[in-house]
Design a protein around this ligand. Structure first.
Ligand code: XMP
Length: 327
């Protein structure tokens, strides 16, 4: 197995000046690689693909075609932010695909977590491939591959296939401008490119999105409860100064109800489970000791503002024995 090393000249990017140097080098390399040809990018709004988009826009402007697939499992405000930052502010050539119904129809009645993940992954490739086939003269595919992806695929831990999985009729040359960067370096480069902090420093978010937090078979009303309660949790964490401090925090809505009381009447509604953990590498995790008053405030808001929810629980389980996600 070849020993992988970053290029000797590669100084660790720790400050804006080094990021600027990296950006200037990459712009020259990208222009040399793609010339006047078009490049396609699946832009999720995550850190890596956003930084790649911003770099390519700087290098080749509207020769970059970004496709943002909304699979209906994104967090509240995410698709809007992608459109605002890239289309409105950076004048990106952005195709927005609202595929929420397609994904949710395919997922209807499916309760097995791995089957849900497979459906979401396959459908994503399908939608992206359909968009790619509509376009003409695309010769390159940009990807937000980063150095740990390369190392992990080399060691057989993870298939390095952001692009992989595309059908055989779609063959592109790859453009991977952040492939020699670690995540912290990608963030510094993203900041230097002018991306907003809540995009550059955002917490990890799984590819299947809210789909694995709407436990069991996804229904639209329960998915809405996940999305709305997650938005409240994020808002309250940001207000309390926890947003940049806690590694990952989110809500889960299980597929059972319990009896409660609202407006003097008994009601059968869902509970919302809060999860907030800290970790280095996601292999083990500890639970954030969220102040009790804040938990009470979040509970009050969620039970009053989120339709169909009558209880809030806080998950006190470290990893192990719990995983970070619930499925
Ligand atoms: P677990 O639940 O295994 O999660 O303790 C560890 C980290 O991985 C994330 N995660 C995923 N990310 N696709 C992803 O891209 C997935 O299917 C997936 N499942 C879990 C999880 O959010 C946590 O950061």
């Amino acid at each position: 197995m070849p020993v992988l090393v970053r290029p000797d000249s590669m100084e660790r990017i720790t400050a804006p000046a080094l990021a600027e140097k990296f950006i200037a080098e990459q712009i020259a390399d990208i222009r040399a690689q793609v010339g006047d040809k078009k490049v396609l990018l699946a832009l999720s709004g995550g850190v890596d693909s956003s930084v790649v988009a911003a770099l390519l826009i700087k290098a080749i402007g509207r020769q970059l075609v970004c496709v943002h697939v909304n699979h209906g499992l994104l967090r509240k405000g995410e698709p809007e932010q992608v459109i605002r930052v890239f289309k409105d502010e950076m004048d990106a050539n952005l195709i927005y695909v609202d595929a929420a119904d397609r994904f949710l129809d395919k997922l209807a009645g499916v309760s097995d977590p791995e089957t849900k993940r497979k459906i979401i992954g396959n459908e994503f490739i399908e939608v992206f491939a359909e968009e790619a086939r509509k376009l003409e003269d695309i010769e390159f595919l940009a990807q937000g591959t980063i150095w740990p992806d390369i190392l992990e695929s080399e060691r057989g831990i993870k298939a390095h296939h952001n692009a992989g999985g595309l059908p055989d009729d779609l063959k592109f040359e790859l453009v991977e401008p952040v492939r020699i960067l670690f995540k912290d370096e990608v963030r510094i480069v993203g900041k230097a490119l002018g991306l907003p902090d809540n995009m550059v420093f955002r917490q990890p978010f799984p590819g299947p999105g809210l789909g694995v937090r709407c436990l069991g078979a996804i229904t639209r009303d329960r998915l809405e409860a996940v999305r709305e309660s997650d938005a409240i949790l994020r808002e309250e964490f940001a207000g309390a100064g926890l947003a940049g401090k806690v590694w990952q925090y989110f809500t889960i809505v299980p597929d059972f109800k319990s009896v409660g009381i609202k407006d003097g009447r008994r009601c059968d509604e869902w509970p919302v489970i809060l999860r907030a953990v800290n970790t280095r590498d996601a292999m083990t995790a500890t639970v954030e000791p969220v102040p009790f008053e804040l938990l009470q405030k979040i509970t009050d808001r969620i039970t009053h503002e989120v339709r169909g929810v009558n209880r809030v629980l806080y998950d006190l389980t470290p990893k192990p024995t719990g995983t970070i996600e619930w499925e």
